[in-house]
Design a protein around this ligand. Structure first.
Ligand code: HEM
Length: 347
């Protein structure tokens, strides 16, 4: 068996909870995660210059930051398997709008939270619970923007019981949050070029687009994000980029153009952070039109094929998450360290 097949089979067995060979299975899975770390660390030199972030930024000022974020996040994820997807998307939507500055967390009449694409974003309560504990341990030290980045990593990593990627810290929190800025978020109905442009505007390239889209291996989409692919007025008019059997599955969950439910983004392994997203996309079983769009360019389609290999996916995802985590960050004396994540400091 080729290495890729071994890893995939090992992963599948782990999630099925197979008894026999469990130790070997766990070994392979840990190996995949460790290899991802090594490859992404080795390639880290390819990233653009560091904008002022550091690993262990809080080593002296708040040495317990990693353990506090992880313990709160893991406890909440253990009780709610929907949280990894929510927290990962929260980080993405934060970074794409005015950079990774926790602007998405602010509450005001016209804040980012109020914008259409953010109405289905969640996980805020986890960030608040972490912030409460951090303010007790080291008041006024750890930014909400860093908490968002760390919580996303830890939530996704829970199923591996080991960090899937490394997070640089040292971000500071922004003061501005406007729904009108959320046009920077890519549309699920965007074509390939539109997606590429949206990422390029944040300094992210084709590799990042393909790797980060793999986030859709977990989580759900509202029917309204999918039904335009399934229905056209009263007539059934299925998107030609959608497999007909999978379209029927989606129609069962979203029985009309105005249906209000949700569908899994990964129809195979909905809550497992694995590389099956890419197999789905190749089989015309990507849930969003933007997932299917990744097959509409030869170079992109080749990358999608490559990332069906879980080793390559974890390595590529790790590297691109680091890049996304650097988008337009506030560091040094810019911005502030909020006392409460949903409001700017009063003085
Ligand atoms: C490539 C462009 C992208 C588009 C057009 C897009 C669009 C969407 C849409 C429409 C949804 C469903 C929202 C709903 O209907 O309620 C969704 C869900 C999600 N997205 Fe993306 N997304 C993109 C990239 C990303 C990236 C880069 C990440 C993270 C690194 C990400 C993480 C997620 C996750 C985890 C969910 C599930 C959320 C949940 O279950 O609560 N997406 N995305």
């Amino acid at each position: 068996m080729r290495r890729q097949q071994v890893a995939a089979a090992a992963g599948a067995a782990r999630w099925r909870g197979d008894g026999g060979g469990g130790a070997a299975t766990a070994w392979w899975w840990v190996a995949a995660v460790v290899l991802g770390h090594l490859v992404s660390s080795a390639r880290a030199g390819l990233l653009e210059s560091n904008p002022g972030l550091a690993y262990n930024f809080y080593q002296k000022s708040c040495p317990k930051v990693d353990s506090i974020v992880r313990s709160v996040t893991w406890a909440q994820v253990a009780a709610n398997p929907a949280l990894p997807a929510r927290l990962l998307r929260l980080h993405f939507h934060d970074c794409f709008v005015k950079g990774c500055d926790a602007s998405i967390l602010l509450d005001n009449a016209q804040s980012e939270k109020k914008a259409g694409p953010n109405l289905s974003v969640g996980g805020y309560e986890v960030i608040d619970a972490i912030k409460t504990q951090l303010e007790q341990a080291c008041p006024g030290v750890v930014s909400c923007a860093d908490i968002v980045a760390l919580a996303a990593r830890d939530a996704v990593s829970y199923q591996f019981q080991s960090s899937l990627w490394q997070v640089e810290t040292g971000r500071r929190d922004g003061n501005v949050s406007l729904a009108s800025n959320t046009g920077a978020l890519p549309s699920p109905f965007a074509g390939f070029n539109g997606l590429l442009q949206s990422f390029a505007a944040r300094g992210l390239n084709l590799t990042d687009l393909i790797a980060l889209s793999g986030a859709h291996t977990i989580g759900v989409a509202s029917c309204s994000s999918v039904t335009p692919r399934l229905y056209n007025g009263n007539a059934t008019n299925v998107d030609p980029l959608l497999d007909s059997a999978y379209a029927k599955t989606l129609m069962n969950s979203c029985p009309s153009s105005s249906a209000s439910g949700t569908v899994n983004l990964d129809g195979r392994t909905a809550v497992k952070f694995d590389s099956s997203y890419y197999t789905n996309v190749l089989n015309k079983q990507g849930t969003l039109a933007s997932d299917a769009a990744l097959t509409q360019n030869a170079a992109a389609a080749q990358m999608v094929q490559d990332l069906t290999n879980p080793f390559k996916f974890y390595a590529a995802f790790s590297m691109s998450m680091k890049k996304m985590g650097r988008v337009e960050v506030l560091t040094g004396t810019n911005g502030q360290i909020r006392k409460q994540c949903n409001q700017v400091n009063s003085s």
